[in-house]
Each structure stands twice: as structure tokens, then as C-alpha cells.
Design a protein around this ligand. Sequence first.
Ligand SMILES: Cc1ncc(COP(=O)(O)O)c(C=O)c1O
Length: 353
Amino acid sequence: MSRFWSPFVKDLVPYVPGEQPKLDNLIKLNTNENPYGPSPKVIDAIRSQLDDGLRLYPAPNADALKDSIASYYGVSSAQVFVGNGSDEVLAHIFHALFQHGKPVLMPDISYSFYPVYCGLYGIEARVLPLAEDFSIRVEDYRGANGGIIFPNPNAPTGMLLPLAGIEQILQANPDSVVVVDEAYVDFGGETAIALVDRYPNLLVTQTLSKSRSLAGLRVGLAVGHADLIEALERVKNSFNSYPLDRLAIVGAVAAFEDQAWFEQCCRAVIDSREQLSAALTQLGFEVLPSAANFVLARHPQRDAAQLAAGLRERRVIVRHFRQPRIEQFLRITVGTPEQNQALLDALGSLLNG
Ligand SMILES: Cc1ncc(COP(=O)(O)O)c(C=O)c1O
């Protein structure tokens, strides 16, 4: 703390991202990155921009990327917003579309950045408990609210809410913006983008960080009614006119063009997830059903914090949340088959030791 800090900054509670370790030889299963690299066409596209053109600002509205996302999802470009990672897109949503004076509804166990944005923008958060089996209780999402947000599949549970449940929430809340954060949808969910033309209060966010292997490029997007997008543009253009740089724009366009690469990576991750879940179950873990690129698992006889520490000693890092209801769980990102095997070997030796 410093005497130069504003009272506002003193009270901020920032998000704490998962560790990005300095050591190279760790098996990193802690931040839900894709174990496979991006499409070679993405790398070529980025290379093609590495010239004197970098002295020029990028296209402020990243129109080429919006057009490519619009045609990928069969919507108009006016229904697409892009930002520097979906974290930035989410920040603008909290700022531009959630109302003050009524609480924003979100699950008790979900993306821990949501309450941070509430703190940043002075919005009240109301957390609604997930059911005993960690599913979202659709019937709880009603009554006066300033907006609704949840990930689908949820994070860190990995559990999917079917589109019918999302429609129930949309229908019960015609006067609130309902945000479905689809960071992990490509690993087993069905996108709610198909519903945006029927629900003017629906906004769907996605990221290129997970299924398109581009966490390092920082590209996220939102799709919804053009009026919602316009609100996001107003905030973005009052904050940073150029959130996506020249490399990010061409790289992201190329990622959407290489469908074969995308499908192959998602398939490999999904297959590995199923194998990993089965092997963890064999080791005695309870594994929540995941539609994401991670699993949430607990061992009935072993303390999760101790398991996480033991794994780290064996050079495998996973995520452990010191949070009510899930403090005995580990969130394990699905790696390559070799990485998953190394994790299972390390767990096997910890459980036997
Ligand atoms: C549920 C959820 N939403 C959004 C994000 C943000 O992703 P990014 O800012 O990389 O697009 C994450 C990242 O882990 C996430 O888990």
C-alpha cells in the first residue's frame, strides 16, 4: 500500500491467475491451456505480418476478424464483439450491460473473475448455490436482478447445462442480460449462439485461448443482439481503441479458417479427457462429468492440498482452490496422453506412499 493509492484501489480485490511457472520441465496442468499448439496456418499468418506494417496501428474495430466470426457462426458482423481475451470482453460486459441497484446472479462455484469485476465496477454480486451434484439449479435464476452470468460448461466443475436450461433462464428474465460464458464449449457443449436471434437479452462469450490453442495471443469474442454489441463498443471506444494488435487479428482469422486443425485438437482433448476420467476413477477419485478440457476430482481419503503439493514435488502442477465446497477437489487440465500418464503415475505413487 502507498499513500499515493486512491481509496478505490485500496479496496480492490484483484483476480489471482493460475501460476505460470518459470521452470521449463514441469507438467503444467493448472490453467486449462490446450496441450497442442495452434494451427500452422495461424503461425504463417502471424509471420506474414512481421514487417514494417507494424509501425501502423491495427484496424480499430478488427473488422476482418468480426467478419470471419460472423460467417463462422451464421450471424451478422454487427452481432460480434472482439476483445483482448474474453476476460476483457467480460469486463466490458459488466461495465456496459449489468445494472446497478440490483444484484447480478451467478453460481457460488464459477469463474472467480466475476466477483472481481463486480468489485471493480461497483456491482452487487449474488451467488446462488449449485445443487448437491454441482449442477446449476435453473429455477433459482429468477426475481429482480441486474444481470445473470455463468460459464457453460461451468468452470471449475466442467459440468454442462443443456440449451433447454439456458432457454428457461432467458425466458424467466426477459428484462436482464443473460451472459453465457462459453470458454470451454468446444470440448463437448452446444453453443447458445443458435439462440441469439430469438433472445435479444442473450450474450454469448467465447475465447480462442482454449479450443484454438491461442491463450498467448489474447483474443476473445461476444455474440448477441446488435444493441448489446453497440453498448460494448461504446465502452471499448472509451477505454482502448486498439485492444487487438495486428498479429492477433490475422492469427485469429486464420484460426477460424482451419476447421480441420480445430476439430482434430478438440477430438484429441476429448478422447484424453475420457481416458483420464476413467483412470482417475480407477485410482479411487470421484470425477465430476466434464464437457470441458479439465476435470474436477476428489479422493475420499486424501487431502486435496496435500495431493497438489505432492504432485508439485513430482513436477506436475494442477489447480487447487481454497474455496468452500471444492477445497477437497483438484482441477486437472487435460494434457497430452503422455502428460496425463505422468500425472497418473505421480498420483499412483502418492496414493501408495
Ligand atoms: C470460464 C472462463 N471464462 C473466461 C476465461 C478467460 O479466458 P481468456 O481471457 O483467455 O479468453 C477463462 C480462463 O480461464 C475461464 O475459465
